[in-house]
Design a binder for this molecule. Structure first.
Ligand SMILES: [Zn+2]
Ligand SMILES: [Zn+2]
Length: 210
């Protein structure tokens, strides 16, 4: 039998030169073979552990994303309503910029002048409670002072007088199809309108904000 060339033991802690007695022998002794076997088992176990940990992380991440998506669809109705409402109110404030309170006619100064009662509210001629389908109707909502809107519940008689001046008698009273004569059933609240205000939100800016 041809004598095989000597080689170094594959066990890292050993690395002794040895003469293999068979092909493919990479360790010098049974002890080194068993040591290497143990190392390989430990390595395989470690790899499996890491793979399992990674799988768990991915699973948790997916679960978090599912919960998040679910949470967003849960909050969507009130959250979207808020977003649409704030975009709509911003539009009203900008449209009525420089105009006085729609009810009492007192000048409207910015938010900073809160104590004098001149802060600006978006006042609904027909209230959101009574006519929710008109809550995003631009004819139904005008800038008013907080005194009229909150303490005097819109100051309706005065509101009506000035509303007629602003949008015309037809729209307020006489026309058969006046928006203010419609009830919720004949003119139901439109989700499309809601979506329009919501998506328009970021685009509604005062001139100096552009
Ligand atoms: Zn060895
Ligand atoms: Zn007022």
């Amino acid at each position: 039998m041809v004598k095989l060339p000597r080689r170094k033991c594959a066990h890292k802690a050993c690395r002794q030169w040895f003469h293999p007695v068979r092909d493919g022998q990479v360790v010098c002794s049974f002890e080194c073979a068993s040591a290497i076997g143990k190392e390989q088992t430990a390595k395989a176990r470690e790899a499996a552990k890491q793979k399992e940990a990674k799988r768990q992380r991915t699973e948790e991440k997916e679960a978090r994303q599912r919960r998040k998506a679910k949470g967003e669809s849960f909050k969507s109705k009130t959250q979207w309503d808020k977003e649409a409402q704030s975009a709509f109110n911003r539009y009203i404030r900008i449209r009525d910029g420089g105009k006085p309170c729609v009810s009492c006619g007192s000048p409207l100064i910015g938010k900073s002048n809160y104590l004098t009662g001149s802060a600006i509210d978006a006042s609904h001629y027909r209230s959101r409670g009574a006519a929710s389908h008109l809550k995003f109707n631009v004819f139904n909502v005008h800038s008013a002072c907080t005194r009229c809107n909150r303490q005097l519940s819109g100051n309706a008689v005065e509101y009506r007088i000035h509303l007629i001046e602003r949008i015309g008698l037809d729209r307020v009273t006489s026309r058969a199809d006046s928006i203010f004569h419609t009830c919720r059933e004949s003119n139901p609240y439109s989700p499309a309108e809601h979506a329009r205000w919501r998506s328009a939100g970021p685009a509604i800016r005062r001139p100096h904000e552009l």
